[in-house]
Design a protein around this ligand. Structure first.
Ligand code: ATP
Ligand code: MG
Length: 433
């Protein structure tokens, strides 16, 4: 029996016909002789109307079910302007597919929102909420836009190892694991692999990648397991070419999100597509602007959370929600970043409303310079032997970026906590569900 129609797919053509619907019982209102049951499926909700007199047994069965039980119902679809969707179903047959235990650990349509931990502990129910379904529908749409745009630009999708012998970029925020007799790490990013691929002739690659980062602090914008669009492209003249791909990618994702009218309505969110090209501001100017507003930032330092936010405010006043920060000091960027003179680098960030959403650069392709920069960053080239090897037998100039999907979503939809943008978040204290 199960389902011939989703709630939102019923049309006038189906009126006075027998159809089957299936889903979760969201609400039961029993007023004695008649009962109204709200059934929810992935497209929305619909009303079942049952008359006791007509079918006492069915009435009894339906009205005694617990909320969130799963049923399939066959019945006549009747036009009724007073009801949601302008129709109701008069059940004739009922199949109970799963009875939900009562009480529920979390309500689906409760007016008062449960606390965040209760929601995440019961994420399978939390995700039944329309709002959350809307977030993940938009997530799906923007990721589809990533594939569509990058494929159209001749990029090849790749998948690189997530279990690695050395940490991607050095640093401490790496998860160690036992790999038989050896020690291994979970990949912090595909950085070293996507660069190695530039030596293969694939030229333009991208990956929807998992990042595993053992960052100790719990913030509203960090996850310990997150996803990103990682991209690398060869035969570039400078980082501007990479920024160009990135801004067009973001533009296409934003545009695709703006087409999700239903979901944006559910989220009570209006978004307007940003204009191309995005603003560009050099690091030195950022420091000046921040210092003018009494920030204690000094030249060479990375932007702290407060500085990022303050810059977001300043840029908003200037009419830019999305902006590149370019020409970073060499010392504030990773070892593989191409220098620009002695002090500066070809590294950039893309920020949205005061939060970094992507980092990228032209990379070093000369192996000698690369080893030099490693040493300058207190890294031992011997730990990166297999990476360095890829630079010794023909490596073209290249560059790329890493762009956080959850970060993008939270800024796109003005969601306060990044955990809302991933199905099952991993943070400092949460490993289940
Ligand atoms: P931040 O300084 O904001 O912590 P980062 O500079 O350490 O980020 P990158 O190594 O530049 O991060 O990673 C590229 C992108 O991946 C970031 O711009 C961000 O969008 C995303 N990202 C990185 N780390 C995380 C994380 N822990 N949780 C969610 N997204 C992340
Ligand atoms: Mg960064």
């Amino acid at each position: 029996m199960y389902r011939s129609h989703y709630s939102k797919d019923v049309t006038k053509k189906d009126y006075n016909k027998s159809i089957t619907v299936a889903g979760w019982i969201e609400d039961i209102r029993n007023i004695g002789s008649i009962a109204f049951i709200i059934l929810r499926d992935k497209r929305g909700t619909l009303q079942l109307t049952v008359l006791k007199k007509k079918n006492p047994e069915l009435f009894e069965k339906l009205t005694s079910l617990s909320r969130e039980s799963v049923i399939s119902v066959k019945g006549i679809c009747k036009e009724n302007e007073k009801v949601r969707n302008d129709y109701e179903i008069l059940p004739e047959r009922l199949e109970i597919l799963s009875v939900a235990k009562a009480p529920l650990p979390l309500g689906v349509v409760d007016k008062v929102e449960a606390d965040f931990d209760t929601r995440l502990d019961n994420r399978f129910i939390d995700l039944r909420k329309q709002k959350n379904q809307a977030i993940f529908t938009i997530r799906n749409a923007v990721i589809a836009a990533v594939h569509k745009y990058l494929q159209s630009q001749d990029f090849v999708e790749v998948h690189t190892p997530k279990i690695t012998a050395s940490s991607s970029e050095g640093g401490t925020d790496v998860f160690k694991l036992k790999y038989f007799e050896k020690e291994a790490f979970l990949a912090q990013s595909p950085q070293l692999y996507k660069q190695s691929l530039m030596a293969t002739g694939l030229d333009r690659v991208y990956e929807i990648a998992w990042y595993f980062r053992a960052e100790e602090h719990n913030t509203r914008r960090h996850l310990n397991e997150s996803t990103a669009v990682d991209l690398e492209m060869a035969f570039i003249n400078d980082e501007e070419e990479v920024m160009n791909v990135l801004e067009n990618l973001v533009y296409n994702m934003w545009k695709k999100a703006s087409d999700c009218k239903n979901e944006l309505k559910i989220l009570v969110k209006k978004i307007s597509v940003p204009e191309l090209p995005f603003a560009r501001i050099v690091y030195d100017k950022v420091v000046d602007k921040l210092q003018d507003r009494n920030s204690s930032i000094e030249w060479g330092q990375d932007l702290g959370t407060d500085d990022e936010r303050l810059l977001g405010d300043i840029m908003k006043e200037e009419g830019a929600e999305l902006y590149f920060i370019t020409k970073y000091p060499l010392e504030s960027k990773p070892f593989y970043t191409m220098p620009k003179g002695d002090k500066y680098s070809r590294g950039f960030d893309l920020a949205c409303k005061g939060i970094e959403i992507a980092s990228g650069s032209q990379r070093i392709h000369d192996v000698k310079l690369l080893e030099e920069r490693m040493k300058a960053c207190d890294l031992n080239p011997e730990d990166f032997e297999s990476y360095l090897k890829a630079f010794k037998y023909g490596m073209p100039p290249h560059g790329g970026f890493g762009f956080g999907i959850e970060r993008f979503l939270m800024e796109l939809l003005d969601i306060k906590n990044i955990r809302e943008c991933i199905l099952f978040p991993r943070d400092r204290t949460r490993l289940t569900p």
